[in-house]
Design a protein around this ligand. Structure first.
Ligand code: GAL
Length: 322
């Protein structure tokens, strides 16, 4: 089936297809993050809607109880250049953490622009931005930006361990790697580097599965997909294994870039879902999502060829449309 034809409303997740929300509009949650509150998942991401105010940058939030049907909740951030970075300023890859102590929801994002007006790169400021809200899908208040632990930070990811500990993952080019770092008690600051994984990768995501941590990331090729890779470790501190491909190299990760890994712990099994973006740089509002359950275990991690699938979120069991 042509991925540009509208998805039939038949309760399958169709990687690469248009993915309509409850309003029938293609979901705008690119480079996103997903958290679970009670029995509901919330998906935050870059809202690249064609009719957005081009002076502003937007983050949208959707909710779902089955991971298939998503309800648009709110444009949780819709802000004008908060740091005076200039008209081409960038806000990408928003990730929201819920702080059980303060009750607040804290959003981390990649915020960027030209370090001087004539600098060649729109990505030379390389900071994280932080925003906060009392409710998961309310209007977030932008607080500030900084370089975490003094390091450049571009693609940022998030990982919440099984014990609830939140980690920010961020890519830092000068140190040629990506960091896994803990947050301060109020979640508003980045506190301590747990590990610097020395591999030139971005789009970092982590999952903990059967006693092993699996990290994935993409090579640094901008919007163009490449062969993403994974490594494993018994502890987040490492040592990490060598990086290996997890999809046939020629497919460039089936035309996608890593963004997240979701773990669904069901009554019968635990499934892990790869969440990737298939970018359309000239028409970002039409960028697609490649979500696919992975074959994981014993140090192996494989992304199968995308095809329609669904998951019973109670049992964790995945089924495929043949
Ligand atoms: C990618 C990155 C995206 C975006 C893009 C811009 O490498 O993962 O989030 O920043 O570069 O070229």
């Amino acid at each position: 089936m042509n991925t540009d034809s509208p998805s039939p409303n038949d309760s399958w997740i169709r990687p690469g297809f248009l993915w309509p929300d409850n309003r029938g509009q293609h979901i705008q949650a690119h480079g996103g993050g997903i958290i679970k509150q009670g029995d509901t998942w919330f998906w935050f991401g870059e809202d690249r809607s064609k009719d957005n105010d081009p002076e502003k940058r937007q983050v949208a939030c959707y909710s779902s109880t089955d991971l298939i049907n998503w309800t648009f909740r709110n444009q949780v951030l819709n802000i004008s250049d908060p740091e005076n970075f200039g008209e081409e300023w960038i806000l990408e890859r928003p990730k929201v953490f819920h702080n059980p102590k303060t009750g607040k929801f804290v959003m981390y994002m990649h915020i960027d622009g030209r370090i001087t007006p004539d600098h060649w790169s729109r990505y030379s400021i390389a900071r994280v931005g932080v925003a906060i809200c009392d409710t998961v899908d309310g209007d977030y208040q932008y607080l500030r930006s900084f370089r975490p632990l003094g390091m450049e930070s571009r693609d940022n990811g998030q990982f919440i361990d099984d014990d609830g500990t939140p980690y920010l993952i961020f890519e830092s080019r000068p140190t040629k790697g990506f960091s896994i770092a803990t947050l301060s008690e109020d979640y508003l600051d980045v506190e301590k580097e747990i590990c610097l994984i020395q591999a030139p990768l971005e789009g970092g995501a982590i999952v903990h599965y059967e006693g092993l941590y699996y990290v994935i990331g993409s090579a640094l090729t901008g919007w163009w997909p490449n062969a993403n890779k994974y490594a494993t470790a018994e502890r987040l501190e490492g040592p990490w294994s060598e990086f290996k491909d997890f999809a046939p190299v020629i497919t460039h990760t089936y035309g996608s870039q890593s963004t997240n890994l979701i773990k669904i712990v069901g009554s019968e099994t635990t499934s892990v879902i790869y969440v990737g973006d298939r970018w359309r740089p000239e028409e970002q509002w039409d960028s697609r999502y490649v979500w696919m359950p992975v074959e994981i275990g014993g140090g192996n991690f494989v992304l199968p060829e995308p095809k329609p699938w669904k998951i019973d979120v109670q049992t964790g069991v995945v089924s495929y449309q043949d």
